[in-house]
Design a protein around this ligand. Structure first.
Ligand code: E4P
Length: 218
């Protein structure tokens, strides 16, 4: 399973690139706004800076809800860097845009997907990636991860090529479940990456080994 970082924060992205554990990036308008407020940089600057440090796919969302607007924005975004993937919301206009963009060679990530059938529609229209949001389903007292299991099974049954990005990840258990289900990608917030790295027994083990090393020197 590939690990993407769900962030527009350049420091977080650079840190994970240095650790070699990140294969791509996903952003959304809220994450871009946070980075704009943190750094004062413009939307274009933020996207270009991310593209300057990440070789893998970088998803950036369109803001238009109209078909023509989506296509125009998608072309502009794709011209920023060759690894930009255009995030398109799961709507009727969105599906139309995905089909057109596939035909002109622009990769897409259909976002705000909450049911397996929405994922199938995205795949049929030619999406490169589909992003089911599991945490937001958990937030309304259902089990978001269940849709990943269903989508993986359905995509296998019908040989859909669209890759599944487990999105709206909130904790390490989401990642473990996604790995067990054979999801293609998980897009993970920085905080969850740090939780994945840490284990109290690792810390305790390091402390004890250091203490014993100090004693063994005398
Ligand atoms: C995915 O591409 C989205 O950016 C993201 O995972 C949304 O997560 P949230 O529900 O924590 O905002």
């Amino acid at each position: 399973m590939k690990f993407f970082i769900d962030s527009a924060n350049l420091d977080e992205i650079k840190d994970l690139v240095k650790k070699g554990i990140v294969d791509g990036v996903t952003t959304n308008p809220s994450l871009i706004l946070k980075e704009k407020e943190r750094t004062g940089k413009s939307f274009e600057e933020i996207v270009s800076l991310i593209a300057s440090v990440v070789e893998g796919p970088i998803s950036v969302e369109v803001n238009s809800l109209e078909y023509e607007g989506m296509i125009e924005e998608a072309k502009n975004l794709a011209s920023i860097s060759k690894n930009i993937v255009v995030k398109i919301p799961m709507t009727e206009n969105g599906l139309k845009a995905v089909k057109t963009l596939k035909n002109i060679g622009i990769k897409t990530n259909v976002t705000l997907v909450f049911t397996p059938v929405q994922a199938v529609l995205a795949a049929k229209s030619g999406a490169t990636y589909v992003s089911p949001f599991i945490g937001r389903i958990d937030d309304i007292s259902d089990e978001g991860i269940k849709i990943i299991e269903k989508i993986m099974k359905i995509f296998k049954n019908y040989n859909f090529e669209t890759k599944v990005i487990v999105a709206s990840v909130r904790n390490p258990i989401h990642i473990l479940n996604a790995l067990e289900m054979g999801a293609d990608i998980a897009t993970i917030p920085y905080k969850v990456f740090t939780q994945l790295i840490k284990h109290p027994l690792t810390d305790l083990g390091i402390k004890r080994f250091l203490e014993d090393y100090e004693k063994s020197k005398n």
